[in-house]
Design a protein around this ligand. Structure first.
Ligand code: CP
Length: 300
């Protein structure tokens, strides 16, 4: 694997390799990236992805150069193209972690980059490292991926984590995906076509009530305010599908609630103390998965 652009690049074998390495890195100190440099080039805001990648690189003995608002603080503000910025940064680092507001930006960057590009989210496109840590969380918490029933909830139209996770779930057996969204924010046809091709069972519904007692994973997402053309359109959907304790108490004993975060109001804080709420643990698993990815992708 040279560049990490989309979830479709992976198969079960490569996913297992990443997860096994993540398990090992949790237990053992590893400084094998000493002398290597990572650039985190973020054109869109981030807390988890940027900090966890930077922490992962530092924990592995490497160094980090970073810009947290490349749109304003890099030469993009003077009109430099993404491609030119990537060509230049290539001279300074061994890997580039790229978050960009345009779908397809990481793919474009990879075409001109000699060092690996890792897609850390490209607009409403994909967020493959998030999907890997999501899957790792499911495996760690439920001890299985095959056969799970999972509800993907919220803004499925704009959510890049939904797209990337759906593609990964499509690689497992007997998974049933419930896409739960309000009318107008449903999942894209590209995902449905992929799931059909891989014979994954899915249903599109507009209520959690009917399925809440049978799912293993409730994967909640934020309504992506920044992807709407105007505030009025966003306000039509704000506050739909709020998860409260009453709903959580109707879930199976051994089930989990996940969220890629950040959350706004779609999971009430009263849920945080439930043992089913694993979204903060999920963010912690992200560090291990990203350590594994950096170790595998950076040339020694
Ligand atoms: N889940 C996620 O991508 O979070 P950030 O936007 O904070 O990186």
């Amino acid at each position: 694997m040279k560049h990490l652009i989309e979830s479709q690049q992976f198969n079960q074998k490569s996913i297992n390799k990443i997860f096994n390495l993540a398990d090992k890195l949790e237990k053992k100190t590893d400084k094998s990236l000493n002398g290597k440099i990572m650039a985190s080039l973020f054109y869109e805001p981030s807390t988890r992805t940027r900090f966890s990648f930077e922490s992962a690189m530092l924990r592995l003995g490497g160094s980090v150069i970073t810009t947290e608002n490349a749109k304003e603080f890099s030469s993009a503000a003077k009109g430099e193209t993404l491609e030119d910025s990537i060509r230049v940064i290539n001279n300074y680092v061994d890997v580039i972690i790229l978050r960009h507001y345009e779908q397809g930006a990481s793919q474009r960057a990879s075409l001109v980059s000699n060092v690996p590009i890792i897609n850390a989210g490209d607009g409403p496109g994909q967020h493959p490292t998030q999907a890997l840590l999501d899957l790792y969380t499911i495996k760690k918490e439920l001890n299985k991926i095959d056969g799970i029933q999972i509800a993907l909830v919220g803004d499925l139209k704009h959510g890049r984590t939904i797209r990337s996770l759906s593609y990964l779930l499509g690689k497992y057996k007997k998974v049933h995906i419930y896409f739960v969204s309000p009318l107008g924010l449903g999942v894209g046809t590209d995902i449905k076509e992929y799931l059909d091709k891989h014979k994954i069972i899915y249903s599109e519904i507009d209520s959690l009530e009917k399925i809440i007692s049978k799912i293993d994973v409730l994967y909640q997402t934020r309504i992506q305010k920044e992807r709407f053309k105007d505030e009025q359109e966003y306000l039509k959907f704000k506050g739909c599908f709020q998860i409260d304790l009453d709903l959580v108490n109707r879930m199976k004993t051994k089930s989990i609630i996940m969220h890629p975060l950040p959350r706004v109001d779609e999971i009430l804080m009263e849920v945080d103390s439930s043992p089913k709420a694993v979204y903060f643990k999920q963010a912690k698993y992200g560090l291990l998965v990203r350590m594994a990815l950096l170790k595998m992708i950076i040339k020694k």
